[in-house]
Structures are given as structure tokens and as C-alpha cells.
Design a protein around this ligand. Structure first.
Ligand code: D61
Ligand code: MG
Length: 413
């Protein structure tokens, strides 16, 4: 019912939502016949609906490589995230994981729900991995090795400074960016890009997740692991968990805004990375998660709900982003729009107000300097505000259905 109310409030969402539903049905139908590939693709859909959809749109060879890259790292992350595994067991597994992918016999049971299935049936992933081209295998092995070592390092280490925070995010997400750029290059469709830009793509996504997931992470049972750096939160509270208590609401929001401002630092690099892409499918694969991230940050900024429950972009808006992201103009428009949503939320009494404002203005300048902004109207805000022709058409369709129903029941009397 909540979603019906959301659609009534945003009638423009309906068409993209239906289109998305059909695309994901179509994707689920296209599961390959070989049992190991079937397992990998159905797993991909189960563990990540959002990435599955964009991965599915890539060309076959690259799609298989990215699917396995995703599942290998998701399995590695399942080991990292399982707080019930003792450190002396966990660390060697993380460090040797890149070798386990070559071993069809290897598996290690951990995690819960669909992650447990992934771990228990990991032989399907290693079987598929062994069918990939050598270039793809080498890239996946190399990134898995470096990520595993980085995760192991941070098992025994807290995220204290902002440098630690950037280093941790480099291991778990920046390296994904580096690996993906390598896979794109190996597929022959893209040029090599500087590692620093690929890293920023990952950092921007990971930091957004870390900000949004504060409450979920702090309430984790039996043990929580936190990634908000002490260097930031200690300016506002004595203990990170104090942010969730009502009496600290003002401090909590200031700390949140500090974290969002930090994440916004990566935007210009991300825009530069995306503007260098040539292939349409790769472009969408990269751009959709980035737009979702800036949208999520705009929603989280100055929003106490981050400390009370789940703050997420509504499904209809996600569907719109997926439907309307096709080129750099769309990306600049989306980044401009979402920073325009964030901008009026900046309170001049916030300790970082000046810094946040200058970040937002720098992002808007980067979008402006592209020279495409005045060519087309904004794609989110404008359509949010008016009742569109879609709504009028839907209204008449519903009216026609009711009318034909009434006249048929009357005729049968
Ligand atoms: C272009 C397109 C996609 C990109 C990119 C560039 C650069 C980096 C990334 C995707 C990775 C972004 C990760 C953001 C989400 N964070 C997590 O999932 C955390 O786990 C990190 C370690 C495993 C990474 C697995 C991964 C993720 C996305 C991929 C991928 C591999 C391979 C290909 C494509 C996308 C997080 O997970 C828990 C949660 O957020 O629910 C954590 O444990 O911190
Ligand atoms: Mg993790």
C-alpha cells in the first residue's frame, strides 16, 4: 500500500517502474543453462538486485567476468563481515582467498541466508571463474589478493583517522573500481584510466553506504563493526553510539553533515571518470550507481532519520534514474539536481556550513562547465512537481476500466 501511495504522489514513476519490473523479469528468464553459470546468475540476483540489473546489460564476455568478480568479492566480504568467526581463523582465509578461487574443492561455511548459500556452493563460482579468459582471471585474482590483505589488516584495527577511513574504503571499494577499469580495458572497449579516478568511483559509493547504514551497523548483533572515523565523530560525541540517542540529535546531524561533506569530495573525480567512458552499456553500469549515491547523500544530509531508521531513495525514483541515464548530459543534470536538493538544507549554524556549500558549488560548477545544462530542463525535480500527461492517461484508463466493468455487470442483469 505504501508503494501505491508513493506512485499516486509521483505518477511519473509508474512508467519507469513497470519498465524496470519487465527488465528484471526478462533478466531472470535469461539464466544460462549450465548449472554453474545458472547458480552464479541467480545468486547475483539474490545478493544484489541493484548491481544485477546493470551487470545484466553488459555484453556477454564482460558480463560473465563482472558477475564472477562480484561474487568472488561478495564471498570474501561475507567472511569479513561474519563477526562469529574467530580472528585467527578469519585472517588466514582472507589472505589466501585469491588462491581458493582456483580450487574447485574449496569452500568455507559462514554468513547467513543467501550469503550462506553462496559460501556453501562456492564451487560453482570457482568453476565459472576457471572458464574466464586469462586476462579477466588475472585481474580478479590480483584485486582479490589486495582486498583480502587490506581487510585482514583492518580486522584488528579501528578506523581512527580520515586517512584510515580512505584506506579502508580503498581496500573494499576503491580496488573494485581499479579491477573494473582493468576488466573494461581487457574487454577491448575502454582506455586505461588513472587509478586515482577508479578509486574515487569506489570511495564515493562506499562512503555513501557507510553513512546510510549507521543504524543498521551500530545495532548489529552479536558484535558491531563501525567505519565512521573517530577523527570526525569525536568532534561531536564521546562514543560513536551516542549519536543514536535522542538527546544528542543536534550533534548527530552535525556529525552526519560532516561525513556527507567528506564524501562529496570525490564527485569531481567521478564525473571525470564517467566522461571518459565510450561504451554505452559500460557507461550505464558505472553511472547509475553514482547517481543513486548522490541522490542518497542529498536525502541523508541534515536528516535525523539516518539515526532512527532506514533512509533510502524511493523505488520509483531509482526506476527513473535507471530509465533516464544514458549519457553524460543525464549525469550532469542528475548531479546538478541532487546538489540543488541538498543546497537549501545547509543550515548556516552548522559547523561545516561554509565547507559544504563550497563543495556543492564546486560540483555545480563542474556540471555547468560541461556546457550541457541549459540545453535541457532538469530531469528529476521538474517532473516531480507537476502532474504529467502520464497521470492524465492513467486516470482515463482507470476510468475506462471502471466504466466497462459497470456496463458489463449492468448488461448481465
Ligand atoms: C563502477 C561501477 C560499480 C562500481 C565501481 C565503479 C567502483 C566500485 C564499486 C562498484 C564497488 C562499490 C562497493 C559499494 C558497496 N559496498 C559493499 O558492497 C561493501 O562491501 C565491499 C566489499 C565487497 C565489494 C563487492 C562488490 C560490490 C560491487 C561491485 C562489485 C563487487 C563488482 C562489480 C561491480 C560492483 C559492504 O557490503 C555490505 C553492504 O553494503 O550491504 C561492506 O561490507 O562494507
Ligand atoms: Mg564488509
Amino acid at each position: 500500500m505504501g508503494s501505491l501511495a508513493a506512485v499516486l504522489r509521483h505518477p511519473d514513476d509508474l512508467y519507469p517502474l513497470l519498465k524496470l519490473k519487465m527488465a528484471s523479469r526478462q533478466a531472470e528468464k535469461q539464466i544460462p543453462p549450465e548449472p554453474h553459470w545458472a547458480f552464479c546468475y541467480s545468486m547475483l540476483h539474490k545478493v544484489s538486485r541493484s548491481f544485477a540489473l546493470v551487470i545484466q546489460q553488459l555484453g556477454t564476455d564482460l558480463r560473465n567476468a563482472v558477475c564472477i568478480f562480484y561474487l568472488v568479492l561478495r564471498a570474501l566480504d561475507t567472511v569479513e563481515d561474519d563477526t562469529s568467526i574467530p580472528t585467527d581463523v578469519k585472517v588466514p582465509i582472507l589472505i589466501a582467498f585469491h588462491r581458493h578461487v582456483y580450487d574447485r574443492e574449496w569452500h568455507f561455511s559462514c554468513g547467513t541466508k543467501e550469503y550462506k548459500v553462496l559460501m556453501d556452493q562456492f564451487h560453482h563460482v570457482s568453476t565459472a571463474f576457471l572458464e574466464l579468459g586469462k586476462g579477466y582471471q588475472d585481474a580478479i585474482e590480483d584485486i582479490t589478493k589486495r582486498m583480502g590483505a587490506g581487510m585482514a589488516k583492518f580486522i584488528c584495527k579501528e578506523v581512527e583517522s580520515i586517512d584510515d577511513y580512505d584506506e579502508y574504503c580503498y581496500y573494499v571499494a576503491g580496488l573494485v573500481g581499479l579491477g573494473l577499469s582493468k576488466l573494461f580495458y581487457a574487454s577491448g572497449t575502454e582506455d586505461l584510466v588513472p587509478d586515482s579516478l577508479s578509486n574515487s568511483m569506489g570511495l564515493f559509493l562506499q562512503k555513501t553506504n557507510i553513512i546510510r547504514d549507521y543504524l543498521e551497523d551500530i545495532n548489529e548483533i552479536p558484535k558491531c563493526r563501525m567505519f565512521w572515523p573517530r577523527e570526525i565523530w569525536s568532534k561531536y560525541v564521546n562514543k560513536l553510539e551516542d549519536l543514536k540517542y535522542e538527546e544528542n540529535s543536534d550533534k548527530a546531524v552535525q556529525c552526519l553533515n560532516d561525513m556527507v561533506t567528506n564524501a562529496l569530495m570525490h564527485v569531481e573525480d567521478c564525473l571525470k571518470y564517467m566522461s571518459a567512458l565510450r561504451d554505452h552499456a559500460i557507461f550505464r553500469f558505472c553511472a547509475i550507481p553514482q547517481i543513486m549515491a548522490i541522490g542518497t547523500l542529498a536525502l541523508c544530509y541534515n536528516n535525523i532519520e539516518v539515526f532512527r531508521g532506514v533512509v533510502k531513495m524511493r523505488r520509483g525514483l531509482t526506476a527513473k534514474v535507471i530509465d533516464r541515464t544514458n549519457n553524460m548530459t543525464d549525469v550532469y543534470l542528475a548531479f546538478y539536481d541532487f546538489s540543488n536538493i541538498l543546497k537549501p538544507k545547509i543550515n548556516k549554524n552548522d559547523p561545516n556550513a561554509t565547507k559544504t556549500l563550497s563543495r556543492v558549488e564546486a560540483i555545480q560548477k563542474a556540471c555547468m562547465d560541461s556546457g550541457v545544462l541549459n540545453k535541457r530542463k532538469s530531469y528529476i525535480i521538474q517532473s516531480e512537481l507537476r502532474y504529467s500527461s502520464t497521470m492524465i492517461v492513467i486516470f482515463f484508463i482507470i476510468l475506462a476500466i471502471i466504466f466497462s466493468y459497470l456496463s458489463s455487470t449492468r448488461a448481465s442483469k
